[in-house]
Design a binder for this molecule. Structure first.
Ligand code: ASP
Length: 323
């Protein structure tokens, strides 16, 4: 008898879970972007959110929860209910590097469920216009000639721009002084204004300022040029062949979010990534679309774990100081 009651109760719980998933979404969803508005993460999230709304029939709101290299925003998402109404947007910095930089109050793998891998961004080496360099080798010579370390704007310790900076220091032998911001949008404003010397930026963030002639670009950290900025050489062509890095992004939800809800979010994101108008918008920013066979939640989970195994030893060896 007891057994029968327990079985009935369990069936009821499963059914109500399925019913919740069937009704999902019934009100707006929040995507937590852990960097400032107007930056590269924010821009990608807004383009996707707009298209995902068509599939899901509900608005996806962007909330910029900034600070500590994105770890404050990710922490907020981790502590939200696992009901599909809070999504964590992040990237190689927030969902990989931060685990090696900060004492996080959460576990990047155990406390989040992956949803989908998103486009990646080659990094771009840019400087303020006042630096009189016409090529990467001239820039390196200028940076080396400084009496004190040149300043590099970042979105905080463990952010994409910071990891790229560490990588750059490693391959060039040039020591940088990092200036942390709440995102690369405000850092870029300061670069345009000449307040900082350089940035190892996401191409999608800098590209419009490069096109407008407000900052100088020297190389993209990929083995192919970016079609929307064809004049900018690759690091290989410009004389720094060891410096290759693309900053991939992704979506996660709090651990324990019902599988049916994760599947709905995944399907909406995949539809967005297959929409030619969305692809055009993203590629125009210099972004590279993820491989079509890597768009399952499982693929993102496996990729994130592989990236943790690759980057944590490198970042820990760099002994990064938290700002
Ligand atoms: N993705 C960050 C932003 O949107 C920047 C970074 O990671 O460097 O500001």
């Amino acid at each position: 008898m007891r057994k029968a009651i327990w079985a009935a109760l369990a069936a009821l719980l499963i059914c109500s879970g399925v019913a919740v998933a069937q009704d999902y979404p019934s009100h707006p969803i929040t995507i937590i972007v852990p960097f400032s508005a107007g930056g590269p993460s924010d821009a990608m999230a807004r383009i996707l959110a707009e298209r995902m709304k068509t599939s899901l029939g509900e608005t996806l709101l962007i909330e910029n929860v900034t600070g500590a290299g994105g770890s404050i925003g990710v922490g907020r998402a981790v502590r939200s209910p696992a009901d599909g109404y809070t999504i964590s947007f992040g990237h190689l910095g927030t969902h990989v590097a931060n685990g090696a930089v900060y004492k996080l109050g959460y576990d990047l793998v155990a406390d989040l469920d992956p949803v989908v891998l998103l486009p990646s961004n080659p990094m771009i080496i840019v400087s303020k216009n006042a630096i009189p360099a016409k090529s990467l080798s001239e820039l390196l010579a200028w940076l080396k000639s400084r009496p004190s370390p040149p300043t590099a704007g970042t979105a905080g310790a463990g952010s994409g721009s910071h990891i790229a900076g560490l990588y750059f220091e490693n391959v060039s032998g040039i020591k940088l002084q990092y200036v942390p911001y709440r995102g690369t949008a405000p850092a870029l404003n300061d670069l345009v204004a000449g307040q900082i010397d350089i940035m190892l930026d996401q191409t999608s963030n800098s590209i419009n300022q490069v096109r407008a002639g407000n900052i100088r670009a020297y190389a993209v950290t990929d083995d192919k040029r970016v079609t929307s900025a064809p004049d900018v050489p690759t690091t290989g062509e410009a004389g720094l062949p060891g410096f290759l890095m693309t900053l991939w992004s992704g979506l996660w939800v709090p651990k324990g979010t019902p599988k049916e809800i994760v599947a709905k979010l995944n399907a909406a994101a995949v539809e967005a990534l297959n929409d030619p108008a969305v692809v055009k918008q993203l590629e125009n920013l210099g972004l590279r679309m993820p491989p079509k066979d890597q768009l399952t939640p499982e693929a993102l989970g496996a990729w994130q774990k592989a990236e943790i195994a690759k980057w944590w030893p490198v970042i820990k060896a760099a002994n990064v100081k938290v700002d």
